[in-house]
Design a protein around this ligand. Structure first.
Ligand code: SF4
Ligand code: SF4
Length: 212
């Protein structure tokens, strides 16, 4: 264990006995199509607002005709309090919201600027496997320790109960944690699963084979 806490793969091993590891550089997401985001994450949660949070204006890559900024760099329009061009901000900024704004099952305390965890739906143009094309990614903003503790456990419990892949990303390493590694291995290999896993593997394959 490092002084900064366990790595996401260690967290994943403890939580899920089988995981798929991908040591990759930090690949920021393309902003997902809005219809997919709403379909996978749901509508906005009533009563939740961004407040003082501006995390997505720094952490995520924005690559549109209206605005182009790299990941991990504050948008040129941030003013320390919010968006300096709020009234005329790009359409993507008007329509995009993180997982915390869209998923009522996520703990109220999981607001990204307070929890150090940013949940987003990522869309990869060139996925390495069928579970990476459209997937929920949980980014640690404050180091590996953000994946530890009760809040992270509750957050992952909220995210891992549906037929949507979930990855942990600490900025250097991206680890698949849902579905678990045993299920994922059957999905990737195409091998026939045992009877007790057959329905679950079939459901994942049916929904995500198009991305493989
Ligand atoms: S990260 Fe989420 S809560 Fe924070 S500003 Fe963006 S949409 Fe709002
Ligand atoms: S234009 Fe405004 S809302 Fe959009 S990323 Fe920049 S600061 Fe955030």
């Amino acid at each position: 264990m490092s002084p900064r806490g366990p790595s996401p793969d260690a967290v994943a091993r403890r939580r899920f006995p089988f995981v798929i590891f991908c040591a990759i550089p930090h690949i920021p997401p393309m902003p997902p199509p809005i219809d997919l985001e709403a379909a996978f994450l749901g509508p906005l949660v009533a009563g939740r607002t961004c407040g003082d949070c501006t995390i997505c204006c720094t952490v995520l890559r924005i690559d549109t005709a209206e605005l182009d900024k790299p990941a991990g760099t504050p948008c040129v329009h941030t003013n320390g309090l919010g968006c300096a061009i709020h009234a005329t901000r790009p359409q993507l900024c008007r329509a995009w919201f993180c997982g915390w704004r869209r998923m009522a099952t996520m703990p109220a305390a999981a607001r990204p600027d307070r929890s150090g965890l940013l949940v987003s739906l990522d869309y990869e143009k060139s996925p390495r496997n069928c579970l990476e094309g459209v997937a929920i990614v949980v980014r640690s903003l404050t180091g590996r320790a953000a994946f530890e503790g009760r809040l992270a456990e509750d957050l992952l419990d909220a995210l891992c109960g549906q037929l949507v892949p979930v990855w942990l990303h600490d900025g250097a390493q991206k680890v698949l944690v849902h579905p678990d590694g045993e299920i994922a291995a059957f999905i990737f290999s195409g091998e026939p699963p045992p009877a007790d896993l057959r329905d679950e593997v079939a459901a994942w394959r049916s929904r995500y084979a198009m991305f493989g």
